[in-house]
Structure formats: structure tokens, C-alpha cells
Design a protein around this ligand. Sequence first.
Ligand SMILES: C[S@@+](CC[C@H](N)C(=O)[O-])C[C@H]1O[C@@H](n2cnc3c(N)ncnc32)[C@H](O)[C@@H]1O
Length: 282
Amino acid sequence: MFDPDSYREQSRRIWGEMASGWRDRNDWMMRVTGPVNAWLVENLDPQPGQSILEVASGTGELGFLVAERVGSEGRVISTDFSPAMVEVAGRFGEARGASNVEHKVLDAEQMDLDEASVDGVVCRWGYMLMADPAAALKESRRVLRPGGRFAFAVWASPELNPWAAVPGMTLVQRGHMPPPEPGAPGIFAMADPARINDLVTGAGFPEPEIQEIAFTFDYPDSDDVWEAIVRIAGPLAEVINHLDEDEREATRAAILENLAGFRNEDGSYSAPAASWGIVSGR
Ligand SMILES: C[S@@+](CC[C@H](N)C(=O)[O-])C[C@H]1O[C@@H](n2cnc3c(N)ncnc32)[C@H](O)[C@@H]1O
């Protein structure tokens, strides 16, 4: 039985534990996931002087790109429910001199923000992880002013995302994780465009446009593939990091073997990835 409260507590803890991995891999992440950020910024279309809310912002990089568009008269409210992630984003903001970005701990399912208080809401890879994405989408609509824009990304199907589906499937095969429950939160929980449409319109937004954004996760070698899994892959990392040493090594070997089809001749890896980009408004 899915218990939303214990899921939320566990999720916040796991993402807090991932914060240092996301910090250390930030440059790599920005480089390989650039097409998704570009799509989101273009479709959010932030204007100088606007206030934009970023939901589940992790290290905050998408918000920093938005901040360049809204300029010194505008502001970005960069938020995440993990205080450790917000701290990382705050440090990156200071290092960039992003004085128009405010960092705040905020649960997307229950936002401590006024109704109709922002001109745009943006989120990359957040809603599908939430215990109650319908509540988070309703909150996103509540804080958005009439006429405001809403753009977000979630992961498309496992078949289009072997970089995550293969390690997940390997953990299931080895008995370390149950297969994902339909409808439960997780990386592929919003992979079905019909569900996205129902959730978005159910929250009161007009019918969204949904587009596929394909890109590639590149890793210089197998050590890097493994590091990416154990330091940033949230729930998968949590499972692996609790295995005993022998099983951890055997799991590493099994995951790399299952990813062998994505290994290049020089030992680097290129694994396909695809997100849905969704845009709507109020
Ligand atoms: C996969 S990471 C994505 C981070 C960032 N948006 C990016 O694309 O680089 C998911 C993030 O969602 C955050 N998150 C999960 N559930 C949340 C919730 N209910 N409210 C706010 N943030 C949440 C986690 O703390 C984590 O930082």
C-alpha cells in the first residue's frame, strides 16, 4: 500500500543525500541536458521584469537561465523541498552573482506563496516524483497569475530512457527493488501523455502542448556511468548504496553489462534519453 506521508519523508531525505552528487556533477548535467533547459526557457518565454517560480529546482541551473531573461527588474523564486538542494542552489547563485534569484525551501504540493503572485512557473523533472502530482499542479496554477505561462518537463517512457530504465530493471531482476507500481510516483510516473493531459487539465490549466525532447547522456567511461547512478539517481542510488560490498560490485557489473549496447569503441557511453516538454498557461 502506498503511504504518501512516508513516501514524502523518504523522498526528501533521499534527495537531500543526493545534493552533493548533483553539486559535483552540475557541469556535466548542464552540458548533457541543455536541450531540455533550452526548450523550457523558450516555451516559458520569460520577459524582462517578470517574477518566475521554479519548482523542484535542485541545483537551480534552469532558474539561473530564466533569471538572465527576466533581468535585474525581474526575479526568480528558486525552490525545492530539500534544504540541502536549496543550499547548493544558493551557493551556485552566489558564485554566479545571480542577485535576482531568491532561494527558498518550498514543498510543491503545498506552496507557501500567494495566489496569482507569479508570471510563470517552470519545473524540470519534478512533478512525476511527487506523492500527489495533481495537488502540485493545482498549486502551480493557484500561484500563477491569469495570462501567465507554465512549462515543465517529465521523463518519457522507459524504452526511450535506457540510461535510467536499464539500471532500474537490473535492480528489479536482482531482487533489490519491486517493479514500479502503476500510478505510484517515480521517474516514469508521467511518461504517458494521456496522463499528463489529464493531470494538467484536471488542475484547471487549458489543454497543454506536449512535445518530445530527445537528447543523449554521455559518459567518458564506465566509472562515470556508475558514479552518475550512485550519486544522483535518487531512489536507485538509495537502493545500491545500501547493498553489501560484494552485491554492490556484482550489481555494478550487471548494470554495465546490460548497458553494453550503449558503449562506444573508445570506452565512453552514449545512452539515449527523452523527456516530454509540456507548455500551458492560465
Ligand atoms: C530529479 S531532481 C531534478 C532537479 C532539477 N529540477 C533538475 O532538473 O536538475 C528532483 C528534485 O525534485 C525535488 N522534489 C521532489 N519532490 C518535491 C516536492 N514535493 N516539492 C519540491 N521539490 C520536490 C527533489 O528534492 C529534487 O531536488
